[in-house]
Design a protein around this ligand. Structure first.
Ligand code: ATP
Ligand code: MG
Length: 414
C-alpha cells in the first residue's frame, strides 16, 4: 500500500474473520470449534497466547507473543478468510487517539490518504460510530498535517476502530488468510501420494476443502531407493504444516509389481498395477474409516489418466475416487507446487515404484473386460493380504526431515 511501510509494530490481538464459515448454518459450531482447535495446534509453542473463538470472529490474545511470528503461522490455517493485527486500549477516547497516532507514526512514512471505519459492539460507550469517525479523523489530520488527507472511497489506509466490551481495538491492516474450510470438517480421506509433482498439490487442495488426510504410498524395494521413500515422507512433512501432522502409510508393492510384470501382457501392466494400487487404497480406507480416496490424476496428462483408463481402473471400488487437479494444466499445478514449496522436492530424481515398472508404451485406451480378465490371472486376495500385513505407519509432523542431504555429498565424493 502507498504510504505504508511494513510494520514492526507489536500488537495486542489478532482478529480473525471466518469468511465462508459464517454461511454454514447448522454446522457453524462444528466449524468454529474445529478452527479453534486447528489454530491452537498451529500456534503450538506460543504458550502465552489465548484463543477466543466466537460466532462471528475469533480473537487471539497475544499476551506479549510476537505478532509477526503468530501471523506467519495463521497464514497456513484453512478456514481463515482475513485477519487483522490490532492494538487494544481502554474504553476511553484519549487512549484511542494516542494509539491511532502511534499506528500512523510507525506505519506511514510518506503522504497518504486515510479514513476511519468504526464498528460498535458495546453500546455502553458514549461516542457513536459517526462521532468516532469524525473526531478521530479530525484529530489525526491536525496531528499529521503534512502526511494525511482524507479519502473515504479509496483510502491508502483504512483505520478500523472496534468498540467492544473488553476495550477498543484499532487496526489498519486486513491480511488475506488461506481461505477454504478448517481441516477435519469434511472428514478423513486417503491420499495416494507418490513422489511426483501432482499428488502433493492434490493433497493440499483436498486439505483446503476441509479433508484430513492419511497418505498412502506404494514403494518397491529394492527397485526403489530409500531416498524415494524419504522424499515422499518429506513431501508429507511439507504438507503437514497445514494441519499439524499427517499419518504416512507405506505399502510394500514389490511382490505385486514383480508378479504383474511376470503374468500380464505389457500393454496392460500399467492398468493392472493401478487396479491393485486402488484396491489397496480402498481396503485401507475401509479399515481406517476414510470416506474417499484422493489422487493426483489430471485428465489426459499420461496414458493412465485418460477416461478409458479411469473406467478400467476405478472398476475395483465403489468408494469415491476424488481428483482435485483433474482439470488443471501442468503449468497450473506447478505454480501451486511452487507456492506450497513442494516443487523442488518433487523434481528430485529419485524414482518411485511406477517409473521403475512402466512399460515403454502403455495402452491409453485399455478395455475394461480385458483388464478384469488379465487381473484374474493373479492371486489378488493373497497379494493384497501380504501387502496389507506389512504396511508401516509413521506420524509425520510439520518440519520433520527425512532426506539426508549428506548422503548426496557422500555419493559425489565416492
Ligand atoms: P504425481 O506427480 O502425483 O506422481 P503423475 O503425473 O506422475 O502424478 P502417475 O505417476 O501416473 O502421475 O500417478 C497418478 C497418481 O497415482 C498420482 O498422482 C498418485 O495419486 C498415484 N500414485 C502414483 N504412484 C504412486 C505411489 N508410488 N504411491 C501412491 N500413489 C501413487
Ligand atoms: Mg508419478
Amino acid at each position: 500500500l502507498k504510504g505504508k511501510s511494513s510494520s514492526k509494530m507489536q500488537y495486542d490481538e489478532i482478529m480473525v474473520r471466518y469468511g465462508e464459515l459464517s454461511t454454514k448454518g447448522r454446522n457453524q459450531k462444528n466449524f468454529i470449534d474445529r478452527l479453534g482447535a486447528n489454530v491452537t495446534k498451529a500456534l503450538h509453542g506460543f504458550d502465552q497466547v489465548k484463543i477466543h473463538p466466537q460466532r462471528d470472529r475469533m480473537h487471539i490474545d497475544l499476551n506479549g507473543a510476537d505478532s509477526n511470528q503468530v501471523m506467519d503461522r495463521l497464514k497456513q490455517v484453512f478456514g481463515i478468510q482475513t485477519f487483522s493485527p490490532s492494538l487494544r486500549v481502554e474504553s476511553d477516547f484519549e487512549a484511542v487517539k494516542q494509539a491511532a497516532a502511534k499506528m500512523i507514526r510507525e506505519q506511514v512514512k510518506e503522504p497518504a490518504t486515510f479514513k476511519i471505519s468504526t464498528r460498535h459492539a458495546d453500546h455502553g460507550f458514549p461516542m457513536g460510530t459517526f462521532e468516532m469517525n469524525r473526531e478521530l479523523g479530525a484529530y489525526l489530520l491536525k496531528e499529521f498535517p503534512d502526511l494525511l488527507t482524507v479519502d473515504v472511497h479509496h483510502p491508502d489506509i483504512d483505520l478500523m476502530v472496534e468498540i467492544r466490551k473488553s476495550g477498543i481495538y484499532l487496526t489498519s491492516e486486513k491480511i488475506k488468510g488461506a481461505g477454504g474450510l478448517p481441516v477435519g470438517t469434511a472428514g478423513k480421506g486417503m491420499m495416494m501420494l507418490s513422489g511426483g509433482i501432482d499428488s502433493p498439490v492434490a493433497a493440499y487442495l483436498a486439505m483446503k476443502r476441509g479433508v484430513s488426510l492419511e497418505m498412502v504410498h506404494f514403494y518397491s524395494p529394492p527397485y526403489t531407493s530409500e531416498q524415494a521413500l524419504a522424499k515422499s515422507k518429506e513431501l508429507t512433512s511439507k504438507l503437514a504444516k497445514y494441519c499439524g501432522s499427517i499419518k504416512f502409510i507405506q505399502v510394500p508393492f514389490t511382490e505385486i509389481q514383480e508378479t504383474v510384470k511376470e503374468k500380464i501382457p505389457e500393454g496392460y501392466l500399467m492398468t493392472v498395477q493401478r487396479r491393485l494400487m486402488l484396491r489397496l487404497a480402498a481396503a485401507l480406507a475401509m479399515k481406517r474409516h476414510g470416506l474417499a480416496i484422493f489422487n493426483g490424476e489430471s485428465l489426459g496428462q499420461v496414458a493412465s489418466q485418460t477416461m478409458e483408463s479411469m473406467v478400467a481402473i476405478n472398476d475395483v471400488t465403489t468408494w469415491p475416487v476424488l481428483r482435485p487437479v483433474l482439470s488443471f494444466d501442468k503449468t497450473e499445478i506447478i505454480k501451486i507446487a511452487e507456492e506450497i514449496d513442494t516443487y523442488e522436492l518433487s523434481i528430485l530424481p529419485y524414482e518411485d515404484c511406477c517409473t521403475v515398472f512402466t512399460p515403454p508404451s502403455p495402452k491409453t485406451k485399455p478395455n475394461l473386460k480385458r483388464a478384469r480378465a488379465y487381473e484374474a490371472r493373479l492371486d489378488v486376495e493373497g497379494l493384497m493380504q501380504r501387502a496389507l500385513e506389512n504396511i508401516k505407519i509413521t506420524e509425520i509432523h510439520a518440519g520433520d526431515e527425512f532426506l539426508n542431504q549428506n548422503q548426496d555429498v557422500f555419493a559425489e565424493l565416492l
